[in-house]
Design a protein around this ligand. Structure first.
Ligand code: NCD
Length: 302
């Protein structure tokens, strides 16, 4: 099975993927990970990555499998080879491929011709489904089954953040959750997205907030994102990180609220916050390995 978009996932799939982590850890404990001994994961990144590529590599290693990495800079792309030919070649070397590409829809195109499972590691400003599973799993690990009653505030570049786009699709499977936005100037969610959220989550009031009308007691999760400079090509629009999440902001939240970020961060997430007990982004990174083990297992076996 491919994992190209969060649209593919049902509540049942998510429950399975979360529970499957326990089973994987159990058979790893008994050294019974031979299942993946002859399987190869191929990491193909046409855009920079630290966490997604390394956590998939770490996850496959923990499953007992092997990893090979495509290096764009030293590939035959520089001899004029097409993207399609490159991908068709890479497919012959492994059993599952994680691919990141700067162009929206490109990973889907590859999945259509692929003979091995494809995992979307991020396509332009479109989607990043494995990150959204990681994010929802992190929320679940914090609040257990009560996560379905929590309220999330998305902060930053809502328009271009693929991690937000994919996470909202998963949150929409749980209508009792509530969603609010605190966007950077000119980087608001689309009207269609706002309408859809209001319908699904039965939220009649304004869901786009600014620094002066946040109800801090209502927010359980702050999900912060950086300004995606590389995706904003319109020079006529003034863009900046006009919102900063710092200790002053965090300390107004509930005691058990969490602050998440897919990272990398720029100015929008103050480093002073790292010692605040609500900072959850480093925990989030660790949980990424567990969920990616489960995703690899699921995609190979379905
Ligand atoms: C994000 C990505 O690449 O979309 N990071 C990640 O995968 N952990 C977020 C970003 O680039 O801002």
């Amino acid at each position: 099975m491919h994992l190209v978009t969060s649209d593919q996932l049902t509540e049942k799939d998510i429950t399975y993927l979360f529970n499957n982590i326990g089973s994987i850890k159990q058979y790893n404990k008994f050294g019974d990970n031979v299942k993946y001994g002859n399987k190869v994961l191929i990491n193909v990144f046409y855009e920079y990555s630290t966490r997604t590529s390394l956590s998939f590599e770490c996850a496959m290693n923990k499953l007992g499998g092997k990893v090979i990495t495509f290096n764009k800079e030293f590939s035959s792309i520089h001899k004029g080879e097409t993207f399609e030919d490159t991908i068709r070649t890479i497919m012959c070397y492994g059993d599952i491929m994680v691919i990141r590409h700067p162009e929206k829809g490109m990973v889907n195109k590859i999945a259509e011709i692929s003979t091995i499972p494809i995992i979307n590691g991020g396509d332009g400003n479109n989607e990043h489904p494995s990150q959204s599973l990681l994010d929802l799993y992190s929320i679940y690990k914090k609040y257990d089954s009560d996560f379905v009653n929590k309220t999330i505030l998305f902060v930053g570049d809502i328009l271009n953040s693929r991690t937000i786009h994919s996470l909202i699709k998963l949150i929409n499977l749980y209508p009792s959750m509530k969603i609010f936005f605190l966007p950077f100037d000119n980087l608001h969610p689309s009207e269609e997205m706002i309408k859809n959220i209001k319908n699904i989550h039965n939220q009649s009031g304004n869901i786009i907030l600014n620094m002066s009308n946040i109800n801090y007691n209502e927010i359980d999760i702050v999900y912060c994102t950086r300004l995606q400079k590389e995706r904003n090509t319109n020079d006529n629009i003034l863009l900046n990180e006009n919102i900063i999440i710092n200790n002053e902001f965090a300390n107004k939240l509930k005691e058990d609220a969490i602050i998440m970020h897919p990272l990398p961060r720029n100015k929008e997430l103050d480093i002073d916050l790292d010692n605040n007990h609500r900072a959850y982004y480093f925990e989030q990174i660790k949980l990424g390995v567990d969920i990616r083990m489960s995703i690899i297992d699921y995609c190979i076996n379905n």
